[in-house]
Design a protein around this ligand. Structure first.
Ligand code: ADP
Ligand code: MG
Length: 265
């Protein structure tokens, strides 16, 4: 098999940057080293799982990548651009989207109103909570489209706070999609979701990657779900990155086995 040559791609074109790159990322709070020298890259369009025991630093890693916290050291790059010092909103404009470990919906608003607000933000118009927007309003139509895509069209008029967990997560993903993200961080999307709703939500997450070309980083304890979705798994342990590799290689790694998989989790 012959690898593509420089000529094939044009001698002057540099290699495509990784969708996400984390270089020697650390966070120290008080005397505690929460994350220590984390480095990895994620090529565009890949889904990577993040695992590790509670307190390993998974959510903190997402907080550093999304700009909730500033690192003590190291860098975060999105498509080759250093965003380490950029605000959360600038990173969102650069294509980063995330969901939180706890739900971030407006519970008192309807499913459609939540989705429409997200679409309005994307379209740069003023955000309005008018109860009866015109049905032809572009944000309203985009909301309809996204709810259809995640399988929530039939819940459009329901109060978001009354949805079962699985549907709340689907709505959050619809709202995320409204922002056209390139890199998506999902923190424990299956947490609290009834087992019957897991396959549907898994399909919605698969769609982020398959239909939208998103690069996805997801923390998930539900190993069956994770292994069915991801191309690589990153293992965090006490703030260190133990391994990042294919699920098979990670499971076979003796360091991972003794540090994490050998434990009762
Ligand atoms: P995980 O998501 O893997 O369960 P976290 O990233 O939430 O772990 O937490 C990692 C460690 O950092 C934990 O020991 C936690 O107590 C600590 N931690 C997280 N945020 C803070 C903070 N703002 N101040 C002090 N300690 C923190
Ligand atoms: Mg967490």
């Amino acid at each position: 098999m012959s690898a593509p040559t420089q000529e094939d791609e044009g001698a002057s074109s540099p290699p495509a940057p990784h969708a996400l790159e984390v270089r020697d990322l650390s966070l120290r709070i008080g005397g505690a080293q929460i994350l220590d020298g984390i480095s990895f890259t994620v090529p565009a369009g890949q889904i990577v799982g993040v695992i590790g025991p509670n307190g390993a630093g998974k959510t903190t890693l997402f907080n550093l990548v999304s700009g909730v916290h500033q690192p003590s050291g190291g860098q975060v790059l999105l498509s080759g651009r250093d965003v380490t010092r950029s605000s959360i909103s600038r990173r969102a404009l650069a294509g980063l989207g995330r969901t939180f470990q706890t739900s971030s919906l407006f519970p008192g608003l309807s499913v459609h109103e939540n989705a429409r607000l997200a679409a309005q933000v994307r379209q740069g118009g003023s955000v309005s909570l008018v109860r009866f927007p015109r049905r032809t309003d572009p944000a309203s139509r985009r909301a309809d489209q996204l709810l259809e895509e995640v399988g929530l069209a039939h819940r459009s008029g329901h109060r978001a706070g009354d949805l079962p967990h699985g549907d709340k997560r689907k709505l959050e993903i619809a709202m995320l999609l409204a922002t056209d993200p390139q890199v998506v961080l999902l923190d424990e999307p299956m947490a609290g979701v009834a087992s019957g709703d897991v396959p549907g939500l898994t399909e919605v997450i698969r769609g982020l990657h398959r239909d939208h070309g998103c690069t996805v980083l997801m923390v998930e304890h539900h190993m069956e779900v994770l292994l069915g979705l991801v191309e690589r798994v990153a293992v965090l342990h006490f703030g260190h990155l133990l391994a990042i590799d294919t699920p098979e290689a990670v499971m076979a790694d003796p360091t991972v086995q003794s540090a994490y998989l050998g434990e009762a989790v």
